[in-house]
Design a binder for this molecule. Sequence first.
Ligand code: BGC
Length: 460
Amino acid sequence: MKPSSYSARLNYICVTAALGGLLFGFDTAVISGAIGLVKSQFALDTAMEGWLVSCGLLGCIIGVLLTGIASDRIGRRKTILLAGIMFLVSGIGCAFASGFSMLVAARLIGGIGVGMASVVSPMYIAEFAPAASRGRMIAWYQLAITVGILLAYFSNAWLVSYSGTAFTNSTAQWFFGDEAWRPMFVMMAIPSVAFLALLLKVPESPRWLIASNQKDKARDVLEQVRSQEAAAKELDDIVLASQKAIAAPKSIFGASFRLPLIIGIVLAVLQQFSGINAIIYYGPSIFKSAGIDSSNALLFQVIIGAINLGFTIIAIKWVDKYGRKKLLAIGLSGIILSLVVCGFLFYTGKTQGIVLLIFMLMYIACFAFSLGPITWIVINEIFPTEIRVKAVSICTMALWVAVWIVGQFFPWLLENFGPAFTFWSFAVFSLINFIFSWKIVKETKGKSLEEMENVFIAPH
Ligand code: BGC
């Protein structure tokens, strides 16, 4: 095959897998626009509203667990397909829910899809990407998350503009005019169908094929995405690593995996304790409480979303050139500085001007080229194939639990201690992350997945 054909095939495979991130972003953001309408339609009290939002998270945790258990048995490809089916069922189920319980059940199913995709999409990319461009390719997944978030904002805003409109057709009246939250969810079915259709043409991961004794198939897959020479060399490396793992099986909780497991879990939790989701989702109301005219909350959401998307491209360009640690250090410095300044502005009551907006956007930009993508990159590249899915599931589970903790405590912190203290708390966690990333995280740029174990046994 010509080099252009195998790189096109590789891009097709990795972009398709990254679309799992788009559905992840869409699913988690769509609820922010739908919740108000659902709340008034079903007369939800605060507890029920909280339940509708958190059942998605519960689904994520179930999805991560299922993936940890199932993906080594059924393979990566079937697991991603299952995630795609969950997204589709959830989108349609939410849109046509006959009552609140059905809506909750359908959101739960969507959450399971998000949980599954959050483990298997970046992991599948890591198992396909050549060492020299693995960072960039996993960052596509993060880029897709940001696109999904932005698409959900636009689609919610567009649909809400039809809310209250008089339609001549009674079904259109019910669906678009009276219950505009329904089409918000059905929108998710469009990317889900595209995702499923594209997935039909992706192969199984070569690393999983070797781990399940299908060397010939693995060779065939590798030859679709590498030159013949590179495929042969990589095949030998994977087989060798697999033979070693079979000859001397190691427990995931044994000493050899302790360091990567600690790195994965700590990075996952601290990514969330930087307050990213609080700022993305409460950003517009933070501006409002700061006295900035927020008559157009959507405009702020879109600005935040667009900066988040745009700056992820920096990571795509630089993460394989300058490495994970450098980008993390620069990004985290910017994150800490902007959080400290935002806290200070609230502390001194100087929140009216443009400065607050600038520093909040600086925070998002710094997150987008560092902590956002690099957390996912590192989690998915540091473990050997024999334990990868289990270890990645543990780290991703930690991330979702941290999402939940921030969701529970952020409003409480804001109410009881005020925004200054809240921003500074996020700054302290980010400072811990800065020190941790600099001192403990190992540079993994350019190393193949099979070389990774040496990075941790003989760190440099
Ligand atoms: C995080 C999500 C966050 C998103 C924002 C991801 O890396 O894991 O929690 O919503 O970035 O872009």
